[in-house]
Design a binder for this molecule. Structure first.
Ligand code: PMP
Length: 404
């Protein structure tokens, strides 16, 4: 059992009020709140350990470098990567996918080649490939889903051709909550000799991820969705793949030597970290990872499942409720519409009751199209949410219904 009240005390913002009502924060899929230890790490970093890393001989620079490299090891441990050389710090999931899209396309794809994505991808795992498609003449093939919001693996298998170069799929859908069977998806791709990128933006905060067990070539996530700071994220890549890919950006740190005639790139992971990295952000991300690991990813997952079940039952009992995403394996996300109430109206009125939910297309317009809707309301849960907050949400929805 988790001591939720004690956990909530670690997150000062959760005791705020909005419009004179206690804040009920149910927009964790967009970003999570930060525990004190993460904010303290940032403050301590700037007050006591701040110096540019990897360059200085002086004490502070060495200390800051060590902290950044320790943070890399913390991420390695969190993902169970083989080596810390396989961990590249980026600005987040979006930058990590853009990096792979750009470098992988440069190295491994030519006109006519294909990338397989799924119908439930976030725009950040669609648009980077389309940008490359326009430049290089590659194309996207799309895995469809069934009526429960589960990917059709039978159809997936049919998408492979001799032109398939990569599969890029989300681990957990930010709208449907579907936990995709990525281990199986990866194994199927490997049978065809095709590498796989997994978007872990919505999985890493909620379930234990082991990149060696999954056998993914690339796995990406964002710090801010896992209780860490904004502006820092991770690209995990198998060493042989990162070695093979060309750099994404040029600049300081990513070189071994430079002359006007020839530049030799640095070794991994620095080859992909041009310029001054967010070395304060990396240490704060490591702190966030320690925080969730201390609670235990399995305990977090179990409690969030209990909350999800409670919320699903509670919301399903509301007349006119339509929940999108009924996958057997589902994360703590509920996307819904009620009767013909517009999602913006629902979101705005809930907001005035102190309840923060997301409305709109959730950066997944192709998925909205597949569902035949323009947008919906999304309540996304965290281990710091409570059943009482679910009650407030359910009562809030009933109240909004009465106004229409
Ligand atoms: N993929 C998924 C599944 C997401 O939910 C998000 C964030 N909503 C992203 C990618 C993009 O993450 P970021 O904005 O942190 O780069």
């Amino acid at each position: 059992m988790l001591d939720i009240q004690a956990i909530r005390e670690d997150f000062p913002i959760l005791s705020h009020q909005v419009y004179g009502k206690p804040l009920v924060y149910l927009d964790n899929g967009a970003t999570t709140q930060k525990p004190r230890c993460v904010v303290q790490k940032i403050e301590n970093g700037y007050y006591n350990v701040n110096a540019n890393i990897h360059r200085g001989v002086h004490f502070l620079s060495q200390e800051a470098t060590e902290a950044h490299e320790e943070a890399r090891k913390a991420v390695q441990h969190f993902l169970n990567a083989r080596s810390s050389n396989e961990i590249v710090f980026t600005r987040g999931t979006t930058e990590s996918i853009n990096l792979v899209a750009s470098s992988f396309t440069d190295e491994c794809m030519s006109a006519g080649d294909e990338v397989i994505v799924s119908v439930m991808e976030h725009h950040s795992n669609i648009v980077p490939w389309q940008i490359q498609a326009a430049k290089k003449g590659i194309s996207l093939r799309v895995i469809p889903m069934n009526e429960k919001g589960e990917l059709r693996l039978d159809e997936y298998k049919k998408l492979f051709t001799e032109k398939t170069r990569l599969v890029a799929v989300t681990h957990v859908s930010n709208v449907l909550g579907t936990v995709n069977p990525v281990k199986e998806i990866i194994a199927i791709a490997h049978e065809q000799g095709v590498p796989v990128l997994i978007d872990g933006a919505q999985s890493t905060p909620h379930l234990k991820v082991d990149v060696q067990d999954l056998d993914a070539e690339f796995y990406v996530f964002s710090g801010h969705k896992i209780y860490g700071p904004t502006g820092i994220g991770v690209l995990y890549g198998k060493e042989e793949w990162l070695d093979r890919l060309p750099p994404y950006q040029g600049g300081g740190e990513m070189i071994a030597s430079v002359t006007f005639e020839k530049t030799v790139f640095n070794e991994l992971p620095f080859k992909f970290e041009a310029g001054t990295p967010d070395y304060i952000g990396s240490t704060a991300l490591a702190e966030a990872l320690h925080y969730v690991e201390h609670i235990g990813m399995e305990r977090i997952a179990a409690y969030e499942q209990e909350l999800l079940q409670y919320a699903t039952e509670r919301l399903n009992a509301i007349n006119g409720m339509r929940i999108f995403g009924q996958a057997a394996e589902k994360g703590a996300v509920i996307s819904f519409l009620v009767g013909n109430i517009h999602h913006y109206d629902m979101g705005m009125l809930l907001d005035h009751l102190g309840i923060a939910v997301r409305t709109g297309h959730h950066c997944a317009q192709p998925l909205m199209q597949a569902l035949g809707i323009e947008g919906c309301v999304r309540a996304s849960l965290s281990f710091y949410n409570t059943k009482e907050e679910i009650e407030v949400l359910a009562a809030g929805i009933e109240r909004v219904k009465k106004m229409f």
